[in-house]
Design a protein around this ligand. Sequence first.
Ligand code: SF4
Ligand code: FES
Length: 364
Amino acid sequence: MQVQPPIAMLAELTHRCPLSCPYCSNPVELTARESELSTDDWRSVFDQGAAMGVLQLHISGGEPASRRDLTDLVRAAREAGLYTNLITSGIGLTEKRLAELDAAGLDHVQLSLQGTDAAMADRIGGYKGGYDRKMMVAKWIGAIGFPLTLNFVMHRGNMHQLSRAIEMAQEMGARRIEVATVQFHGWAMQNRGALMPTREQAAEANRTVAEARARLKGRLVIDYVPADYHADYPKPCMGGWASTGINVAPDGLVLPCHAAQTIKGLEFDNVRDRPLADIWQNGSAFNAYRGTDWMQEPCRSCERKTIDFGGCRCQAMAIAGDPTATDPVCVKSPNHAKIRDLAADFSAQDEAPMTSRVMDKTRG
Ligand code: SF4
Ligand code: FES
């Protein structure tokens, strides 16, 4: 099979983070600081990525500002010719640091929002004063003139704040808001009882987004990830496995998606041991679900198989116990009733505890 290069690379510089969101997409086993790639390692990754055809670099974590060499890394990525997008909570960024990032060539900032007021945001992020700090950082971002995307992660506890989040994106001068309902992998999987939206909330969010998209056309782009446990068709996760995106974890493991390590039996290569282009083309994990040949029925003969690629492999693993199964979100999946029941059960658990991400192993 002719393998096209990835368009985008997600570089998870570190798992360290001052926040402790209960839906963090990092793996439950966090990578320790001592195991992180060095500045030179990352420079090589960016050069290799650009050489193989990657265009966009999404610099993420954890909190990427926890890396003291963040500015050097942005400069290295720009020198490699990559478009650079910094995905950040804002905590750890100062006015001076943002100016340095600007001078290093940073192209775009994506700022996460845990809630639209301090009470909500600081409770979810587990960081007192975090919201006020974030609002300050948003002002500095605006003053420098970075193109900004606001990233609002929604769940049962904060979905009622969606309209206000959209207003805030406009007030901040953002060009885009990403409204993403929590995806249940990693830490979020352990907190489904506390985070699962109700069916009514999911429907209300669909209406709010549709209305705002019509009203704000040409002024604000709204990217939307709906509550998929309540949906009828799955999202085209990663635009199809090993199709357009490649992830590099803090320790250099190269992954087809951020939750790929939850699929038992897959083996992942490390950029310390093998060239990036070879991993992308020939790595066993990348070829496991590339294309459509791996599909079972009902996906195999479905007219949507090149639209949603059978949904999410990690969700198929988590709910159906088989990564080659149809994503149970799909109405055609034999496991669809199971995900419906899970959604109803979890969304009714009003007393469910919320476990914050713990980062003892990586603090520092
Ligand atoms: Fe998508 Fe598979 Fe469902 Fe068809 S059967 S809509 S390809 S998940
Ligand atoms: Fe792994 Fe969807 S998160 S394929």
